[in-house]
Design a protein around this ligand. Structure first.
Ligand code: ZN
Length: 286
């Protein structure tokens, strides 16, 4: 799933390309990803895009006349701009915004979704209603550019850091990929409980959040141009690198496999040499 750095670079590129552009038509093909009905999607026709931005891992696109689209990619959605319209056999598109632009006559902003699940969704709302949407109203402070000063207090719960840092109500923007990089950078165990975090550890974690997300966005600034590719080249050092040497100390990166994701860490630096139980293996051996 795209996380804060991926959504941030996408929003930046789309904002530059689309700010001021007029919507020719708006459609939500197939199973309707649109979760609101008033105003109708057709209300966007003739309006201009005033900004493409981000809140946590969600996009917010604003339009003249005080309308806004809240776009949730869920696990497999992408927001992409094309200079060619989707064909009639396209099955990935959940939302199509056709742009009236004489310089780009076939320009189209698409919410696409890969895989079998249809989970990505869109809400069309008055701009001032965005903050009242439950998803937005319950978001914690943004993880970037300044992670919350009260990070230690926010994570003070008897749950593992790997879970707490992905809780969007505690801190917004971090998911399964970047959490591994952040905990590795801070040399903290993914299973350390939030309420066991010392002041120094919380400080290291805060610095790691800022530097890791900053590094990712800077990387994307140099390599990502329109059209946004289906798969972004995530500059990951630890996540999905099971069995490879740790780039800092050379120990073998270990992993814990969950049903639909994998958590990676360096045992030498994060868990005092302890290799955590691989839940997939232990399930197979039952
Ligand atoms: Zn290491």
């Amino acid at each position: 799933m795209p996380e804060l750095p991926e959504v941030e670079i996408t929003a930046r590129r789309l904002d530059v390309a689309l700010r001021g552009a007029t919507i020719e038509s708006a459609q939500a093909p197939g199973i309707n990803a649109l979760k609101t009905f008033d105003p109708p999607l057709s209300a966007l026709e003739g309006r201009a895009i005033t900004s493409v931005g981000r809140r946590g891992k969600q996009f917010v696109i604003t339009f003249t006349g005080d309308l806004a689209l809240l776009v949730h990619l869920m696990s497999a959605g992408r927001l992409q701009l094309y200079d060619k319209r989707a064909g009639p056999r396209d099955r990935t598109s959940r939302l199509l915004l056709r742009i009236a632009d004489p310089d780009h006559p076939a320009r189209e902003l698409r919410l696409r979704e890969f895989g079998t699940k249809q989970a990505a969704w869109v809400k069309l709302l008055p701009s001032d209603a965005i903050d009242d949407e439950e998803l937005i109203a319950t978001l914690g402070p943004e993880a970037w550019p300044q992670p919350p000063e009260d990070l230690r207090a926010r994570l003070k719960a008897p749950r593992p850091l790997h879970t707490l840092l992905r809780d969007q109500r505690a801190i917004a923007g971090i998911g399964r990929s970047w959490v591994d990089e952040i905990l590795w950078t801070a040399r903290l165990s993914p299973f350390k409980r939030g309420n066991d975090l010392s002041g120094d550890e919380a400080l290291a974690l805060r610095e790691a959040i800022a530097s890791v997300l900053d590094g990712a966005i800077e990387h994307y600034e140099t390599v990502i141009a329109l059209p946004i590719p289906d798969k972004l080249p995530l500059p990951l050092l630890v996540h999905r690198r099971t069995g490879e040497p740790c780039p800092r100390c050379g120990a073998t990166i270990e992993a814990v496999h969950y049903e639909d994701y994998v958590m990676c860490y360096c045992p030498a630096e994060q868990t005092a040499g302890k290799v955590l139980k691989d839940r997939r293996l232990s399930r197979l051996l039952k």
